[in-house]
Design a protein around this ligand. Structure first.
Ligand code: HEM
Length: 412
């Protein structure tokens, strides 16, 4: 018996939503397709025999369970390409993951972040003063890029004159984090070039710091030692790559998405102006509402049951973080941008924008601190925010964000 026409129509609507949820030309709004996918179920068949994980409960259960491995992602998403991305502990399992994350964690402590606060305040203030003097600006160029790029480069010890070069290399690599099947031959070639340049550039800096140590993170990583085991050269480059790429491409989107949300929801902007200390909880609402990283993958290392579904060893899933964050079963009125959602006492469900479990974002305190400074400065100094043009989006699917954000900014 053939299925009912309504069932066929529903099936093709869901299939279309699968394609659209990762379509590079639809980055301005993946949320409509996420809604269709969530309604279709917690697991929806995706590309290459994967399953898309659409809802919060199941996404959380998978991320927190170490039997789900992240080590296969390079193979899963980039298996067809000739040039590999340098291995980072983001794609490793214990015991290597534990060893490397521990070493980096030693150099990248909360004290490091606290030490950066003053510099971040000063940097955001300077940039905002220049923006207010200009009046009409591309906010990505003038704020969202310079804040995280400057801070991560200064932390690492990259000389100021090379910051722009680091930005170009890491943009090429960030685009290349998307599944290879979504990349054009030119984009694949650009990734290869960026990876080679990155390896050479940071290889040189590492050698310089080995010979002449300084008070910076590259030196700390070169010297980091645990039980007599140091990072190998390849591990060092892989670690630097993840710190640089994850450390600013994502934060750029967080800042851009946050300012855009304030423009689209003037009532929430007025709320922030009335109480700039809302900046703290507001950071988490921006992260939830418009996630800078939209998906990650996991592969089952054993037979695992999640909800009413059992996966076999080797089964792969694509966890849609951006969809889980808008799940109405986890968040009341999930499509509403509510700056107070994460106020203490509201007991809001955690968002999954920094991942969870073993690979929970190591840079979360830095990213949160940067965004808090930006929101606080906007709340205290900006009186008017106007969108001058609908923002175009970059084609990036994993690290999703705008390519330009032209705005008029008024204030003092
Ligand atoms: C808004 C900004 C950021 C977002 C949304 C973000 C998001 C994420 C996510 C989702 C993961 C987990 C990936 C997975 O489980 O597959 C992750 C891991 C990671 N992030 Fe971030 N990140 C941000 C900023 C940063 C910064 C500033 C740094 C460092 C300077 C950083 C360094 C890392 C590292 C090293 C990992 C790997 C952790 C591990 O495998 O143990 N991130 N990040």
């Amino acid at each position: 018996m053939s299925p009912e026409p309504a069932a066929v129509e529903e099936m093709s609507r869901v299939q279309l939503a699968v394609v659209e949820s990762v379509a590079p030309h639809l980055r301005h709004n993946p949320y409509d397709s996420y809604r269709i996918l969530r309604a279709a179920g917690p697991f929806v068949p995706g590309p290459h025999d994967t399953h898309l994980v659409t809802r919060h409960t199941e996404a959380q259960a998978i991320l927190i369970d170490p039997r789900w491995s992240h080590a296969e992602e390079p193979e899963l998403l980039h298996g067809d390409s000739e040039v590999e991305l340098p291995g980072s502990f983001l794609w490793m399992e214990p015991p290597d993951h534990t060893r490397l994350r521990g070493l980096v964690g030693k150099a990248f402590t909360s004290r490091t972040i606290t030490g950066l606060q003053e510099r971040a305040t000063q940097l955001v203030d300077e940039l905002l003063t220049a923006i207010l003097a200009e009046g009409e600006v591309d906010l990505l160029e003038t704020l969202a890029y310079p804040v995280p790029l400057t801070l991560i480069c200064e932390l690492l010890g990259v000389p100021a004159e090379a910051h722009e070069q680091v930005r170009v290399m890491s943009a090429g690599i960030a685009r290349g984090l998307d599944p290879d099947l979504l990349l054009s031959p030119e984009e694949l070639a650009a990734r290869t070039k960026a990876v080679h340049e990155f390896t050479a550039f940071f290889g040189d800096l590492v050698e310089q710091r080995r010979k002449a140590p300084r008070d910076d993170l590259i030196t700390a990583l070169v010297q980091a030692e645990e039980a007599g085991v140091r990072l190998t050269h390849t591990e060092l480059i892989g670690t630097l790559l993840i710190l640089v790429v994850a450390g600013h491409e994502t934060s750029v989107n967080l800042i851009g998405n946050g300012v855009l949300a304030l423009i689209r929801e003037p009532g929430e902007f007025q709320r922030l102006r009335a109480d700039p200390d809302l900046a703290g909880p507001a950071v988490d609402e921006v992260l939830r509402y418009d996630a800078p990283v939209h998906l990650t993958t996991r592969t089952a290392r054993a037979e695992i049951t999640v909800g009413d579904r059992t996966f076999a060893p080797g089964d792969a899933v694509i966890v849609l973080l951006g969809s889980a964050n808008r799940d109405p079963d986890a968040f009341p009125e999930p499509d509403r941008f509510d700056l107070g959602r994460y106020l203490p006492g509201r007991r809001t469900e955690r968002h999954l924008s920094f991942g969870l479990g073993l690979h929970y974002c190591l840079g979360a305190p830095l990213a949160r601190m940067e965004m808090r400074k930006v929101l606080h400065a906007f709340g205290s100094r900006v009186t008017g925010l106007t969108l001058l043009a609908e923002p175009p989006y970059r084609p990036n699917v994993v690290v999703r964000g705008m390519s330009e954000l032209h705005v008029r900014v008024e204030g003092r």
